[in-house]
Design a protein around this ligand. Structure first.
Ligand SMILES: NC(=O)C1=CN([C@@H]2O[C@H](COP(=O)(O)OP(=O)(O)OC[C@H]3O[C@@H](n4cnc5c(N)ncnc54)[C@H](O)[C@@H]3O)[C@@H](O)[C@H]2O)C=CC1
Ligand SMILES: CC(=O)N[C@@H]1[C@@H](OP(=O)(O)OP(=O)(O)OC[C@H]2O[C@@H](n3ccc(=O)[nH]c3=O)[C@H](O)[C@@H]2O)O[C@H](C(=O)O)[C@@H](O)[C@@H]1O
Length: 446
């Protein structure tokens, strides 16, 4: 593809006829649906992961990722047709592929410094196997400048003729729970190469992958900024909503309702306040910018502080409401509903539940953990229990962190009056006898 003398139409045909083998590295919540879409377009995809379990599940024709409409069927179809297979052998897959799509985690270390070690190690492994005409496409979100300043030097050291291979940043704009439709074309695709030929090849590839438009950024660095800016916008916007929510008691209004009405005109799009911002995306991306610049960016930094303060704000709401009763938090039985970062998504990284559970334990509460979606509750200190057993516990309080659809089954009517902190404006408990504090609702709160 890269530097090919074939016409664009000949290249498109080769790509969709399976003559251009594709490797997708990182078979997680994003990589599995991405590999499935690539496989349905090209018929010739090898998924690569370090997890034997993930690879085995896919080669059995099943999806290791749940709660994605259509994905199980798509994996079964593409695997059984031979369009998709998976392996843990990076070298073998990289040696065979011509288009290398990287969607492995890009996270932060304990000091909120970007940790790109997974990405750089993988890039080196891929680089050792690159052939002339290959292109590496990075979909993992990275700090601005990563492709040009970090990944390209690795690749160019690994190939005999650096001028014969390409590198582009093509950010993933997908939400768990609607991944296939997002990848197939819910939004325009942004592509940006480290040179014009890389941009051209990325445009041609994604012109076949997405049904939506493909927008070419001037370069990879700009495309990296596009993705980071999108995430920062979301974090700052949520921080505004959260700050407005914390003044709700003084205003005596339901701030989420006021926000909804404010958003009825097109120039306003204030997001939802809540108990915190989790996931390994929105809380992470601001640090990709902050770590890349010397200039102070107070709004970006302050937004992170505001959003990270919301779990403690929720605990304070709980303590104030509990002080009204004769149940101090020490020794109280408190249920935490939902520990993943988003409803019905099995992902706990950076979840506000970590702060909520830690603070409750430090205050001496007996914490019960209720999360039917989370596959591993061990990082949280507390007693796991289920939705159906909740009403048998002698609960003094409950904190809703994440509103899983299964929580519709909670029998609030069968539980003695307690204090409930609703972190997501998800509950309707009027007349239930429970004392409810909804983050953002200042009505009736002194
Ligand atoms: N989760 C999301 O909503 C979105 C994530 N992204 C970007 O995609 C990245 C990945 O996100 P997820 O798929 O949610 O992560 P995930 O944690 O669900 O999956 C990551 C997968 O990569 C595998 N992996 C780790 N190291 C590897 C290596 N060296 N070689 C091959 N595979 C390896 C893991 O075993 C796992 O299966 C994120 O870090 C972010 O930059 C972008 C848009 C949306
Ligand atoms: C700009 C944007 O909408 N980005 C999306 C986001 O997806 P993500 O899975 O992180 O979900 P999210 O809805 O942003 O939620 C993140 C966190 O923020 C919280 N949240 C979200 C929206 C809101 O109004 N208020 C709020 O408190 C959620 O509860 C959650 O804890 O980040 C993804 C990413 O870039 O990784 C991106 O692909 C998705 O499209």
């Amino acid at each position: 593809m890269y530097g090919s003398g074939a016409t664009p139409d000949e290249q498109r045909r080769a790509f969709t006829d399976g003559q251009v083998p594709v490797a997708v590295y990182g078979l997680g919540k994003m990589g599995v649906p991405l590999a499935a879409v690539y496989a349905s377009v090209t018929g010739n995809v090898t998924g690569v992961d370090i997890s034997e379990s993930v690879v085995g599940t896919i080669n059995d024709g099943r999806s290791p990722v749940e709660n994605e409409p259509g994905l199980e069927a798509e994996i079964e179809r593409t695997v059984s047709s031979g369009a998709l297979s998976a392996t843990t052998d990076v070298e073998e897959a990289a040696a065979d592929a011509s288009v290398h799509v990287v969607i492995v985690p890009t996270l932060l270390d304990d000091q909120d410094v970007p940790d790109l070690s997974t990405l750089t190690t993988l890039t080196r492994d891929i680089g050792m196997q690159l052939d002339p005409g290959d292109i590496v496409v990075v979909e993992s979100t990275v700090p601005p400048g990563t492709c040009a300043e970090t990944l390209w030097p690795i690749l160019r050291r690994s190939v005999p003729d650096p001028e014969s291979v390409g590198l582009a940043f093509c950010p993933e704009r997908t939400m768990s729970g609607r991944a296939l439709q997002d990848i197939r074309g819910a939004y325009p695709k942004i592509v940006g190469g480290i040179d014009d030929e890389s941009t051209r090849v990325a445009e041609l590839v994604y012109g076949e992958i997405t049904t939506n438009d493909v927008h070419a950024a001037p370069d990879a660095r700009t495309a990296e900024c596009v993705k980071v800016f999108e995430g920062i916008y979301r974090d700052v916007n949520i921080a505004l909503a959260n700050e407005l929510a914390t003044v709700a008691p003084e205003l005596g209004v339901d701030v989420p309702e006021a926000i909804e009405l404010a958003n009825t005109q097109p120039f306003c799009d204030i997001h939802r306040p809540g108990i915190g911002v989790g996931g390994h995306c929105i809380p992470v991306y601001p640090y990709f910018l902050l770590d890349s610049i010397e200039t102070s960016a107070p709004i970006v930094r302050m937004a992170r502080q505001i959003n990270d303060s919301m779990p403690l704000y929720a605990i304070e709401q709980l303590r104030e409401a509990m002080d009204g009763s004769d149940h101090p938090l020490f020794g109280a039985n408190v249920a935490v509903l939902g520990v993943t970062y988003r409803p019905d998504v099995d992902e706990v990284r950076y979840s506000p539940a970590f702060s909520v559970v830690r603070d409750l334990n430090q205050l001496g509460a007996n914490v019960y953990l209720v999360d039917p979606v989370c596959s591993d509750l061990s990082p949280f200190e507390g007693t796991p229990t289920s939705v159906d057993k909740l009403h048998r516990l002698d609960l003094d309080a409950a904190v809703l962190v994440t509103d899983h659809s299964a929580f519709d089954r909670v029998r609030w009517d069968r539980m003695d009056p307690m204090v409930v902190v609703d972190g997501r404006q998800a509950l309707t408990l009027t007349g239930s006898g429970h004392t409810v504090r909804t983050i953002g609702d200042g009505r009736g709160v002194e």
